[in-house]
Design a protein around this ligand. Structure first.
Ligand code: PRX
Length: 640
């Protein structure tokens, strides 16, 4: 165990410091106590097995079930209390499922999956809009020990195909369509195209038909959810007790390479970590309502739409719609109508609201709301200041990753009253021995000195176990960034000040963050390269006032440079390729055409320099550049 992160200057009434220090110096004792927050079928024998670093197994020998903890255990005292609140301003539906009703629907979904041949350990890929059946399907998988892999509905056929090939699902659950801003977004054609593209073919596709759009049905493969639901009736499907260390789900995320990584999570550690985070960070109260505005396709949706709130015995809101439709008061109306006590969103969404009439924030009764949590991208001071002023509630920035599953840095108001600092996502969360390290030496940086945010192993419960099917990639990607020693790299630059507040300064790798959506520039480059006219391309993230970052592309064409109308039409074509392969979230805001790309003499793309030039900053050390004219071209096209 490495030295405890010093916290000398932090002003605390002692409760946070006590809890934090115990979590680092005596993780086994600490997590053993936290584990009492969930129900166990069989107690664990070993709190932590870290005999094979950097792998960590939590609660070894124990048996439990995520679905049991999220649903069944609340039946004794909350059967008739709201569990899942579905609001769609796209289809004008509102429906509340009590814990008893959720129990029924989840059992039915589990029964359907079993009838389709799904067994413990099989994968089920979920490609769905924000509808209750998506949550039923996730919980149903958890119930019977199937491993779900939810793919964000905004991703298109290529993204989906690579995930199908990697996860090899027995069944895919999908729907005819989603809806965005009143416009129907068909899912089925993309799914069919993805299955065509993939080498692996799922046996069955379970289709929820919302009646939004006609779709082709594949005989013998496609199954109608409503018909199957009727057939299952009210069959009881018992919980399958799982080892704490069994896999609960895979969630793909972007990295430096074009191939997304399957972040693999366990059962017991995840349940305990979520329960602890709900209490100590999110101030959970049984019977309260949690409203996370994310999508189930992202990690926030997994942890804080589906599992976290339900494990804590709270109702959870699942909202399909935009934050500004029918008007910019819709979120606050939901807060009022459903007594939302804790809300979780992303800075981009708040920046969107900031452009609207602030009167909407005063129109509804927000008295039950305790705090608004924001995560996923840097929260700028202006936005933080504005929203906390308008709401008159604490706004709590928190920093984490798909890989960790729950916050690494946060102000932990569930432990003690704490003040935050504008621009900082807070102080280390219990369980995370997090520090800012020098890139070369892996030694802690001095206060206010820039370094890489890194976490000493073993990672606490709830964090990724490995990369699905690729232990070596897990070690190589996350634990080998510092040559000096084995430590987990977040791939974020950061500093910590003398009071131990951290500040996040952007990624060290080629990952960009567009409106809170994490994307790999490599994936976008690969997609653009598939256009027949493109010889070579570089994609970088450029700072954007609203979205945080947007992707911009610089392409070299095979047949010489394009200008004027020809360039404009090619730019459109390239954007359409990205739309159809990856989805509109990944579409670059601009595609510029150049004849040279800035590279080092060894041929490595100088993405950071391109990015600096796009943002009007100094390009940095140019001693390794092969041809300075390349950067000059970028400067010229961007200025046009
Ligand atoms: O760069 C950091 C940024 O988002 C990355 C993780 O994205 P994702 O895997 O999608 O997980 C989001 C979970 C909330 C991080 O490596 N990031 C996340 N939260 C913050 C942040 N950057 C600054 N401030 C934050 N609060």
């Amino acid at each position: 165990m490495n030295a405890v992160t010093p916290l000398k200057n932090y002003k605390s009434d002692g409760r946070y410091l006590g809890l934090y220090e115990e979590s680092i110096s005596n993780p086994k004792g600490f997590w053993s106590r936290q584990s009492e927050m969930i129900d166990w079928h069989k107690p664990f024998e070993t709190v932590l097995d870290d005999s094979r670093p950097p792998f960590a197994s939590w609660f070894v020998g124990g048996e439990t079930n995520l679905c049991f903890n999220a649903v069944d255990r609340h039946l004794k005292d909350q059967a008739d209390k709201p569990a899942l609140i579905f609001v769609s301003t796209e289809t004008n539906q509102e429906k509340t499922y009590t814990f008893a009703q959720l129990h029924q629907e989840v059992q039915a979904a589990a029964g359907i999956l079993q009838d389709l041949g799904v067994k413990k350990g099989d994968r089920v890929l979920i490609y769905m809009p924000m509808i209750p059946e998506a949550a039923f399907a996730m919980l149903a998988c958890a119930r019977i020990g199937a491993i779900h892999s939810v793919v964000f509905g905004g991703f298109a056929s290529h993204s989906l195909a690579s995930r199908i090939d990697d996860a090899r699902p027995t069944v895919i659950v999908s729907a005819d369509a989603g809806s965005r801003g009143g416009k129907v977004v068909p899912y089925k054609p993309l799914l069919d195209a993805a299955i065509d593209l993939a080498n692996y073919k799922p046996a069955k596709v379970l289709m929820v038909n919302r009646g939004l759009v006609e779709f082709d049905k594949v005989q013998g493969r496609d199954v109608d959810y409503a018909a199957a639901r009727e057939q299952v009736g009210n069959r009881e499907v018992p919980v399958v007790w799982l080892k704490a260390t069994d896999t609960s789900y895979i969630l793909y995320t972007s990295g430096t390479t074009g191939k997304p990584k399957g972040v693999q999570r366990d059962v017991g550690g995840y349940a305990v970590a979520l329960a602890a985070s709900m209490q100590h960070i999110f101030m959970a109260e049984k019977g309260g309502t949690f409203f996370a505005t994310s999508d189930i396709g992202w990690v926030v949706g997994h942890s804080y739409i589906v599992y976290g709130p339900l494990i804590a015995g709270m109702a959870t809101v699942m909202y399909e719609g935009l934050p500004i439709r029918p008007d910019a008061g819709i979120w606050w109306k939901i807060v009022q109508d459903y007594n939302v006590s804790v809300m979780f969103s992303a800075p981009t969404a708040v920046r969107v609201l900031k452009k609207q009439d602030p009167a909407f924030l005063k129109k509804y009764d927000l008295s039950k709301l305790k705090a608004l949590f924001l995560a996923g991208e840097p929260l700028d001071e202006t936005t933080a200041d504005w929203i906390s002023g308008e709401l008159g509630k604490p706004v709590v920035d928190n920093y984490w990753q798909t890989e960790t599953g729950w916050p690494i840095l946060a102000i932990q108001r569930g432990i003690e009253p704490m003040s935050g600092k504008l621009g900082s996502p807070g102080i280390p969360v219990f369980g995370f021995n997090v520090n800012v390290l020098n890139e070369e030496t892996a030694l802690p940086c001095k206060a206010n000195e820039k370094g890489v945010v890194a976490i000493e192993g073993p990672l606490p419960p709830g964090c990724m176990q490995t990369v699905w099917g690729d232990d070596e990639r897990f070690v190589k990607t996350y634990w080998s960034a510092f040559s000096a020693r084995q430590v987990y790299s977040t791939f974020d630059w950061g500093i910590r000040d003398e009071d131990n507040y951290f500040f996040i300064l952007g990624r060290t790798d080629d990952v960009i963050n567009v409106a809170g959506h994490r994307l790999g520039t490599r994936e976008i480059e690969e997609s653009i390269s598939s256009h027949p006219a493109v010889a070579e391309v570089a994609v970088v993230g450029k700072a954007d006032q609203l979205k945080g970052q947007v992707a911009v592309a610089f392409a070299i064409l095979k047949g010489g440079n394009a200008e004027g109308a020809e360039a404009a039409s090619l730019e459109k074509e390239i954007m359409a390729v990205v739309d159809s392969q990856l989805g509109a979230v990944a579409r670059p805001s601009r595609v510029y055409f150049v004849t040279l790309l800035p590279k080092t003499r060894s041929g490595k793309l100088l993405r950071r320099s391109i990015q600096a030039v796009c943002e009007g900053r100094d390009a940095g050390d140019m001693t390794t550049i092969e041809d300075p004219a390349a950067l000059e071209q970028i400067r010229v096209v961007v200025a046009q």
